[in-house]
Write a protein that binds this ligand. Structure first.
Ligand SMILES: [Zn+2]
Length: 263
């Protein structure tokens, strides 16, 4: 059982044994390899006047994003969730034609204001990795818990990106519990849903992180490593495809064709 302390000092009191799921999550023993691009978006906004190189590199304009989504729609792509892909890998459940997963990192306010209305316009869904302390502290330019709850109620998948966007490499067990399970607990408290997928902040993790992940109730993690084929023997290093300001529709089409051909 995971104890939840509510108060000013919400220090997770979780031990290793608490993290072991009551019922091991099993698969049917069949090795599977499935092609599903997991696109990775950050900001969906116009660039502020003072944007530095990092901000520029992480930004797709609303117009670009609309064109991407419209392209995916006309090319008969179907958005699925991380859980859909997971079930297909573990149990062989069927996926729609041209499955694709849209992920949005960091909980930026423009996900709520700009990206989701466009997704809704096309009847598509997305997976949103939120930094829970930013919502706790009502940080400017990030989604509040009320907005995150609203996305959940609209059918979007809400998943953890740690409490403080911490680099998870070179860390001890207690730190990993605090950052990862702390964010998992916050999400469950607010939206009432159990998290299943972690996104490693800045794509950083090491062998200790991977060993730790195996002890948590989380079923999988996504990285920033490129690739679009996923296998049923490696759930804690799932690859994604980074979308950059240079990724126009021709670039997106090329990215999808190129990665599909990498058998
Ligand atoms: Zn991030």
């Amino acid at each position: 059982m995971i104890l939840v302390l509510v108060g000013l000092l919400a220090i997770p009191t979780i031990t290793q044994s608490d993290l072991l799921p009551d019922t091991p999550y099993v698969n049917d023993g069949t090795m599977r390899r499935i092609y599903t691009p997991i696109l990775m978006y950050h900001y969906i906004s116009e660039l502020p006047a003072d944007a530095d190189d990092i901000r520029v590199g992480l930004t797709v304009t609303p117009q670009q994003f609309y064109e991407h989504i419209n392209y995916l729609n006309v090319t008969n792509h179907h958005t699925i969730t991380m859980s859909d892909l997971d079930e297909a890998l573990r149990y062989g459940t069927s996926l729609p034609e041209n499955p694709i997963i849209l992920t949005f990192d960091d909980g930026h306010i423009d996900h709520y204001v700009t990206a989701v209305p466009i997704l809704n316009q096309f009847g598509l869904t997305g997976t949103f990795f939120v930094i829970t302390s930013f919502a706790d502290n009502n940080r400017a330019d990030y989604m509040s818990w009320e907005q995150i709850e609203d996305l959940h109620n609209q059918g979007m998948e809400i998943e953890p990106h740690t409490k403080n966007h911490a680099d998870l490499s070179n860390r001890d067990f207690d730190f990993l519990v605090y950052e990862v399970m702390g964010s998992v607990e916050s999400i469950e408290q607010h939206i009432g849903a159990k998290s299943t997928t972690l996104a490693y902040p800045i794509g950083r993790y090491d062998q200790t992180t991977l060993s730790f992940m195996e002890t948590t109730p989380l079923l999988r993690s996504v990285t920033t490593m490129p690739g679009a084929y996923h296998t049923s023997d490696n759930y804690y290093e799932m690859t994604r495809l980074r979308i950059t300001p240079e990724t126009g529709v021709p670039g997106l089409a090329q990215l999808l064709n190129f990665t599909r051909a990498q058998r």
